[in-house]
Design a protein around this ligand. Structure first.
Ligand SMILES: [Zn+2]
Length: 141
């Protein structure tokens, strides 16, 4: 029984070591408006790998201004800690109908909505948002 317990402790320790892979985001002057409490909140939010975040959602969750969240996401992207996507919304659906890497720029017109198959000739008929997707856990320091 003691042996089993030892083995269990050994493997659970190893598991903890494996999950310790965490990137550090040095906020410094780039995100000077973040308090230590903010950094803890952000670290908690991004503590799981493969986390997605949308600015509006994150602003509400953390009590930040939209512009502050954009700044945080920009720094994450600059440090290559996330992939950015352009989310495309059409009136036919509440969720986004499509997404593409942000560095590909704007969708080209005419655009065919993959959801309702309507052909769209103007950006006025679409709405956009950005989303970040992280690969590893991120610690904000
Ligand atoms: Zn549609």
């Amino acid at each position: 029984m003691v042996e089993v317990l030892k083995l269990y402790n050994f493997y659970s320790q190893r598991l903890r070591d494996c999950t310790k892979v965490m990137a550090r985001l040095i906020c410094g002057n780039r995100l000077a408006f973040l308090s230590e409490e903010h950094k803890l909140l952000l670290t908690e939010h991004f503590s799981q790998p493969q986390k997605t975040a949308q600015p509006r959602e994150l602003a509400i969750k953390l009590g930040f201004e939209y512009a502050q969240v954009i700044a945080i996401l920009a720094v994450l992207a600059t440090d290559k800690l996330c992939r950015n996507y352009l989310l495309i919304y059409h009136y036919c659906a509440e969720a986004c109908v499509d997404r593409q890497p942000l560095n590909e720029g704007m969708v080209t017109l005419p655009y065919t909505c993959p959801y309702c198959e309507e052909t769209i000739d103007t950006y006025d008929d679409l709405q956009f948002d950005i989303m970040v997707e992280t690969e590893v856990s991120i610690e904000f320091v």
